[in-house]
Design a protein around this ligand. Sequence first.
Ligand code: SF4
Length: 420
Amino acid sequence: MAESAHKKSYNLEGRTLLIPRMSDEGPDAFAAAFRSIGIKAATVLPSNERSIKLGGRYTSGDECYPEQITLGDFLRAIEEMGHDKVAFFMPTANGPCRFGQYAYFLKKVLRDMGHESIPVVSPTSSDGYDGLGKHTSDLMRTAWRGLVIADIIRKLRLHYRPYEIKRGETDRTSDECLQSFCSILERMDLSHAERLKLLVDEMSGTRARYQDIARNNEHRPLVGVVGEIFCRLSNFSNEDLIRKIEHHGGECWLSDVGEWVWYTNQQQRMRIIHAGKRFSATMLKAKIKSVIQRHDEHRLLKPILPLIKGREEPEDIGEILDRSHPYLPYRGALGEMVLSTGKAIWLYEKGASGIADISPFTCMNGIVCEAVYPRVSGDHHGIPIRVFYFDGTQKTIDQDVGIFMQLVRNFERKRAGAGF
Ligand code: SF4
């Protein structure tokens, strides 16, 4: 029943809905959530040089780097799977960020290529992604659980990998655990309660698997990683910056995807208030959604909490927004620049000795953040904050990371000495 509803809305008959590869974890879980409502879905293949080449063929350089990569990955999928076998998932958003143009641009390119029959499934953040159709609530609940699980696996990966004794063990464990979760997320025969119980049980098994990873007790400075959501999560886009920081002796705490969902929820509530509907069914629905999401998140996190002690995310997105307020008031400045600035300060308070902001070249979020970071740093004992820009042409990343990590180590020493 679910399948036919979506096929009618988006004409997905005989096609695989392809999800952009924003990270190594989330898209697989998201694709599994689509399968749970009967839609054949998968993540695009890992990006490669062909992706860049194909994306570059239809972009002029004015577009952001994630646009070039996601477009290139989709065009590669047409080459490899055939135009009549694919459909593309590309959400959209309102506001000045160029992300709002991705889906339109993708449709234009497909039209220019004569592939206008390829469906582009494109929900929007302005309604909290509520516009996916008849089975939205089932899909979004399972997708949210998948997103939380993906964030947890990524956090464990980054917390364990720098200290592993057997090289590759953490990545292998992470990938295997993720696939076990996906096999539960994709099942069509489960109620929400049954699925959550299985996922929570699986989380206990995951805890045991990570506890089995042998680690050394080497000391590493903590580096907070913030920035544009696609580029900071896509290792291909950011040239494996996190692994490079680990190679130079750091441990990374990367801002997760859940943070963006909490932010869009908060923005949705603000829009409802501005529309004069503070006490309305729309507001009630938005609040209930947040309560359910928090409930699921707590259940999934509980078994794993002992492993991520000291690496817990804020309980309320207001903790991030309040910290950004003196620099970028969140009622005026919108989007990732607010989250990156607030999170940088929050991570400093949690013990980070340096902040790396990952941004696509020319992204206004990175540019605005770079303008306020000197003040943020000055107000927080001079913590090193460095924006790393990416557009696929960087040649000196390893050297830049080496210099940055030297500053991080110096700051950590200063901090230990002064006790702040
Ligand atoms: S945040 Fe920056 S890079 Fe990302 S879509 Fe918006 S403008 Fe482009």
